[in-house]
Design a protein around this ligand. Structure first.
Ligand SMILES: Cc1cc2nc3c(=O)[nH]c(=O)nc-3n(C[C@H](O)[C@H](O)[C@H](O)COP(=O)(O)OP(=O)(O)OC[C@H]3O[C@@H](n4cnc5c(N)ncnc54)[C@H](O)[C@@H]3O)c2cc1C
Length: 362
């Protein structure tokens, strides 16, 4: 009887695994993709959808179709647990999926734990597809001059603030709240560049301000200040999906702790990649670029484990290229200490992003 590799989550890494095993099937093995939604949204293009440069459909990758093309079965289902003794994944609908090798690429969720009433009154930017679907009606429901607050000063928060400004112009009063300095994981010069951009667009920037709670009409800061806000968006840092803690697998900062081979520290038959995983002792920022780069090593190591060959270690690069859209068809490219801005950067970003979606769109 054939054995089974189960891929849970249709994230950036698993798209490549479907492609790799579709092109070169593994003798004696089935591969199955289980994901909570039939489509997966490519986050790099989300600011472009908000700004009005793309239709929301343009960033969706249809997992069911992709799998069909590669003759890999697809099952829609949300994983909520792993029974490691019985070697099966437990799904939200009560069913189970048996595995011989398991790989997880289920992404992350916005870190909201410390913000009171965020679940009730704020719109988290992840999952991207759900966010974009809810943003449009939320904007339409607000009259002109809506006060919109974006919580989170990382790349996603900054890009979303600038995209909303491009889309709404003077029809909205935008504020961006950051717990520390904006873009603090990048060189300070980049932060200054974006501060100027925000100021020119009259987007109020409140740095070093932790949010205590969100109300339907305000964002309350821990220092007692409150900002009037008709619509609050949460682009706070990445947190691990809660169910990972119940798997009994070893964690690092709440994410699945893996070896450089992408195998769980607790179980060599369970692999993880993308935002949900962290190479123990070598944390990297939660960025799609690492999930993309993990594709090849994960494909190679899943194949090696299935065939009983030695696995190879992978070390994600220290410096990586980040491309940040700034509202209009203009963007900033950052790598290490250097950055460059221009319209041509947006065209480069557009080309890279569209090529990625096209690659997985049969
Ligand atoms: C607005 C915004 C813009 C961004 N722009 C960039 C950028 O330009 N460059 C960059 O490098 N990073 C960017 N990021 C970060 C990037 O989105 C993440 O790092 C990236 O999506 C992580 O990819 P992943 O493969 O780990 O998971 P994801 O892409 O999040 O995919 C996870 C998949 O798993 C599925 N899933 C989730 N839970 C379950 C479950 N329990 N069971 C089954 N399936 C499940 C989901 O439906 C989804 O298909 C941005 C983030 C945001 C919010």
């Amino acid at each position: 009887m054939k054995r089974q590799i189960v891929l849970v989550g249709g994230g950036h890494t698993h798209l490549q695994i479907v492609e790799a095993f579709g092109r070169r099937p593994l003798d004696g093995w089935h591969v199955l993709l289980v994901s909570s939604e039939r489509t997966t949204a490519y986050s790099g293009m989300a600011p472009g959808v908000i700004a009005g440069h793309y239709h929301p459909d343009e960033l969706e990758i249809d997992l069911e179709k992709l799998c069909a093309v590669h003759a890999i079965p697809f099952r829609r289902g949300r994983a909520i647990g792993i029974d490691r003794r019985a070697r099966r994944v437990e799904l939200e609908d009560g069913s189970v999926v048996p595995y011989d090798l398991l790989s997880l690429d289920v992404g992350s969720v916005p870190a909201t734990a410390r913000i009171r009433r965020a679940c009730e009154h704020a719109l988290p930017v992840k999952p991207i597809g759900t966010f974009l679907g809810r943003l449009e009606p939320a904007l339409q429901a607000r009259a002109d001059h809506a006060r919109v607050t974006i919580v989170g000063g990382g790349p996603a928060g900054v890009e979303i603030a600038l995209a909303l400004h491009h889309r709404l112009g003077a029809r909205a009063a935008l504020s961006l709240v950051a717990a520390g300095a904006i873009l603090e994981n990048h060189p300070p010069r980049l932060g200054n560049h974006f501060r100027e951009l925000l100021e020119r667009r009259r987007i109020a920037l409140i740095e070093n301000a932790a949010v205590d709670s969100v109300r339907s009409d305000a964002v309350c800061l821990t220092d007692g200040r409150s900002l009037a806000s008709d619509l609050t968006l949460l682009a706070t840092g990445a947190a691990p999906p809660a169910w990972l803690a119940r798997t009994g697998l070893q964690l690092a900062n709440g994410f699945l702790a893996v070896r450089p081979t992408l195998q769980s520290l607790s179980d060599p038959d369970i692999f993880a990649a993308g935002d949900c995983a962290e190479i123990a002792g070598y944390p990297r920022p939660k960025a799609g670029v690492f999930a993309v780069h993990a594709g090849r090593p994960l494909a190679r190591n899943l194949r090696a484990r299935a065939e009983g060959r030695p696995l190879l270690a992978w070390s994600p690069q220290k410096n990586y290229l980040a491309l940040l859209a700034t509202g209009a068809k203009h963007a900033v490219a950052v790598r290490g200490r250097f950055f460059v801005a221009g319209r041509w950067v947006w065209f480069l970003k557009n080309w890279i992003d569209r090529s990625w979606v096209r690659r997985f769109t049969p």
